[in-house]
Design a protein around this ligand. Sequence first.
Ligand SMILES: *[C@@H]1O[C@H](CO)[C@@H](O)[C@H](O)[C@H]1NC(C)=O
Ligand SMILES: *[C@@H]1O[C@H](CO)[C@@H](O)[C@H](O)[C@H]1NC(C)=O
Ligand SMILES: *[C@@H]1O[C@H](CO)[C@@H](O)[C@H](O)[C@H]1NC(C)=O
Length: 530
Amino acid sequence: MPLLAPGSPGTSPVRLRLPVRRSSTILLVFTILSFFMLVYASRRITNWSMMDGPNAPYRSEYSPMGVCPDGENCSHATQPNSVKQSETASSISSTSFTESTPPPAPPQPQDPLCEGFPNTSSVLLVMKTGASEAFARVPTQLMTNLRCLDDFLIFSDMEQDIAGFHIYDSLDKVLPEARSGNPDFDIYRRQQWCFIDQDSCNKLGDPAKEGWSLDKYKNIHIAEKTWAMRPNYDWYLFVDADTYVVWSNLMQWLSTMDPNKKLYLGSVALIGNFPFGHGGSGYIVSRAAMEEFVGKHPGVGNEFDVRARKECCGDYLFAVAMENKTGIKVQHMWPTINGEKPFTLPYGPSHWCHPIVTMHHLNSDEINSFFNFERKFLESHPPGTTILMRDIYEHFLAPNLLRIRADWDNLADNRFYLDLTRPGGRSYWDDWMVKRMKKDEELNEMEKNAHLSFEACENACRSVSEHECFTFRYQNGMCAFGNAFKIGKPVKRDDTKGSMMSGWLTERISEWIQKQGECKVKWPTPEYKD
Ligand SMILES: *[C@@H]1O[C@H](CO)[C@@H](O)[C@H](O)[C@H]1NC(C)=O
Ligand SMILES: *[C@@H]1O[C@H](CO)[C@@H](O)[C@H](O)[C@H]1NC(C)=O
Ligand SMILES: *[C@@H]1O[C@H](CO)[C@@H](O)[C@H](O)[C@H]1NC(C)=O
């Protein structure tokens, strides 16, 4: 493990010795000066003291500690204050108001970006990240939805502070016998050894792969630590740092459910037929289920430390431990809890009048654009309006819907028509594509030729019903149909494989949308088993 050797002895202390006296005098004067400036500034700005938690400076109006955000003109915070004080002054004469009575608390300035944000005080957001990706993901979360939350916890594989927010180490309680000699923990050790930026140290390894191997040890410990730190919430929402939460919808949905029932809600994935809530889509655990699971089983994280090495994923292990300790099983809340994002969601029959609460794999740009969309949408609709898949379609795809896009992959992949005369025949193509071909005798005349050209592929799409084809794409001998309409992404032109072209049957899509009419919001409802 040469990577983990302690810091290099190359930097000689001799070079620091000479200027040490002069610089320490300067440092002392500077420190004293800065201290007085700091005290002066903190008195001026607000009433928050050094005793506040790390999240205090960013708390919004819901917080008793709310302050004016950095870099803003705060005079709007003091003006209404002075109005209040003069009102109080006029009432002093008529009441027995003594000098020792504290002045009324100043109204808290509201972050304009959080206007209309729901009251989330019953929910604790618990976000999981890793030190190798934290700076790529967490800042954008802090700049968007998290700025509007009173409280949340962020767990990682290293303790650190990001922009004044504390990030907890989820792995410090993992058993020594699970850690030692375990290469899954190489990155964990390297991160602690690294006293400069992690990016530079990560050049010694493969952080994406290593981060993934370490991730599976986290989930149960995170739940345990969360309960120890914050036992008083109705709901606990566990997400990744690239998960987007639609809070206005989440709060509407949670108000239809009872946190005193043992609920574990997610988008179900399977490993060896065992169902678990997919971590990136996020899972919701009610207070009753948290109490039954981590509340009544302190140390449960350690019970699975050694086993984790053999398993693939932490979200899976969370479900295994939950079931083992409590018998509570995950309930499938898809598509409201969702693993896709605006550019990959399959709009259409399975995703239309359905409310959305989570999405996954959003990069910073995408988080920002959905946050902007959500703010504008809520501003322009009556309070309590639910954001549906249809609304996402109308904002993100409808204005950009074209019949044809060249060098574009619209992700159509439900049905394949492949040229089987290539060398190797079927084995020329990926197995999963071949599995999605129709049997020869099921093909109509158009479908038989679909693999020949983009136009033939389009004609074949038109020749089948909307249940089979809304969109299609073609690339040199491959025609694919999509039974929903997705946005997709550009693809690089490839002269050997031929470029990819995507098509959308825009009239068919419009007709289908017409037929749907108005949506009636229907929240997914769990079964109450206790
Ligand atoms: C938020 O809701 C809680 C009850 O769930 C309530 O006690 C609290 O006063 C509310 N906060 C605001 C700012 O409305
Ligand atoms: C701050 O806002 C007040 C009124 O809203 C204005 O009079 C003042 O000039 C502003 N100060 C700065 C630095 O923008
Ligand atoms: C929980 O796991 C332990 C250890 O694998 C096993 O012995 C026990 O039977 C399990 N209990 C339940 C209820 O699944």
